[in-house]
Design a protein around this ligand. Structure first.
Ligand SMILES: Nc1ncnc2c1ncn2[C@@H]1O[C@H](COP(=O)(O)OP(=O)(O)O)[C@@H](O)[C@H]1O
Ligand SMILES: [Mg+2]
Length: 346
């Protein structure tokens, strides 16, 4: 109903629908892969899912890995491929936002497992329990028997961030797949595809900055891409760091290089600059950690010494001492590390 007047106002209805679609859908959803072939990265693991898809007999599955790397997407792709048109009838999805206590496991899941549904031959109903690590151990215990009793008609797919939060009896009933962090090239490739489809204007360094800030989390990379493009109209490193609200790596790099030269004063000056811009100590420490790894001309041993010091400070910051003095202390210690014989290398 509400679509009609809007279309009329815009004059052409075709134009109105297309603009409505691009306006309303976040790109993470718009470009969520619908087939396993489109899922980027983790090829060995995705290939195992493809074998299951070919075979048609889905075992109980447990997929674990960091956020934003395609776990939920893969499970849905698999369920779609297996059940086709029967997806709506044959799949029950429960995620962390649904009630999943013991009662639900006993009633909703059991009812679904008992329900009669017409499926393609040889296929099973699928229960997707997303973010399963947020289920209480009690609720997980209640699943054990259900999984076994209805195994001939119903298969379970769990997705979770930490597989150690899934109780052992469930783990032992499942085929366990682990998804790793996506590689930089994989995130970059996907971002380029989306930029092309959305006609986004970008610089190569801008995309590099998106990859750098997302740390292998595709969801974050795509979200940041969309925010930068819609908010600032061009994807350049400066704009990306503005949107992601992270200290600029160039400044961080300058701090590290000054430390390496033993020049505490200029390092402190840059640190002050970041501090007055309002960055929290934890942002700055995380920035130092990430950037130090990327300084190619720094000798490995020195990098490790730097990382050790940064790590200690990170710990103190997380414990609550997140002051400028704490960071100043770090900078002073880093400046002291500098090995006289290695200084000329930078
Ligand atoms: N491997 C991937 N290939 C392509 N897109 C991905 C991939 N991983 C994540 N995405 C994008 O990120 C979004 C969130 O992915 P999702 O599968 O929900 O992550 P999670 O691993 O946290 O369950 C998807 O909608 C998709 O746009
Ligand atoms: Mg998920």
């Amino acid at each position: 109903m509400s679509e009609v007047p809007r279309a009329a106002k815009d004059g052409s209805s075709a134009q109105a629908t297309s603009s409505a679609v691009t306006y309303e859908l976040p790109w993470v959803e718009k470009y969520r892969p619908t087939r396993l072939d489109d899922v980027v990265g983790n090829s060995a693991t995705v290939d195992r899912l493809k074998v299951i898809q070919e075979d048609g007999n889905c075992p109980h599955l447990l997929i674990s890995g960091l956020p934003g790397i395609g776990k939920t997407t893969s499970v849905h792709c698999l369920a779609h491929a297996l059940l086709g048109d029967a997806y709506k009838e044959g799949v029950l999805e429960l995620n962390a936002s649904d009630e999943r206590g013991i009662d639900v496991v006993r009633n909703k899941i059991k009812n679904f497992a008992q329900k009669k549904v017409t499926l393609p031959p040889g296929r099973h109903k699928i229960i997707i329990l997303d973010e399963a690590d947020s289920m209480t151990p009690g609720a997980q215990q209640a699943l054990r028997r259900t999984m076994e009793i209805y195994a001939n008609t119903t298969r379970f797919c769990f997705a979770c961030n930490q597989s150690n939060k899934i109780i052992d009896p469930i783990q032992s009933r499942c085929a366990i797949l682990r998804y790793g962090k996506l590689r930089d090239e994989e995130v970059m490739g996907r971002l380029k595809e989306i930029c092309k489809l959305e006609d986004v204007k970008y610089s190569a360094e801008g995309l590099g900055a998106l990859v750098f800030t997302s740390e292998g989390d595709m969801r974050q990379a795509i979200n940041n891409l969309q925010s930068t493009w819609t908010g600032l109209g061009f994807v350049s490193p400066d704009n990306v760091f503005k949107v992601c609200d992270q200290p600029h790596p160039v400044v961080i790099r300058q701090i590290l290089l000054s430390c390496n030269k033993g020049d505490v004063d200029s390092a402190m000056e840059k640190l002050d600059e970041l501090w007055t811009q309002g960055y929290a100590a934890v942002d700055i420490v995380t920035g130092l950690f990430r950037v130090v790894k990327t300084i190619d001309q720094m000798p490995e041993a020195l990098k490790l010494d730097f990382i050790r010091e940064i790590g200690w400070t990170h710990m103190r910051v997380l414990e609550g001492v997140s002051t400028l003095i704490q960071l100043g202390g770090l900078v002073a210690r880093l400046a002291k590390i500098h090995h006289p014989k290695e200084q000329f290398l930078i």
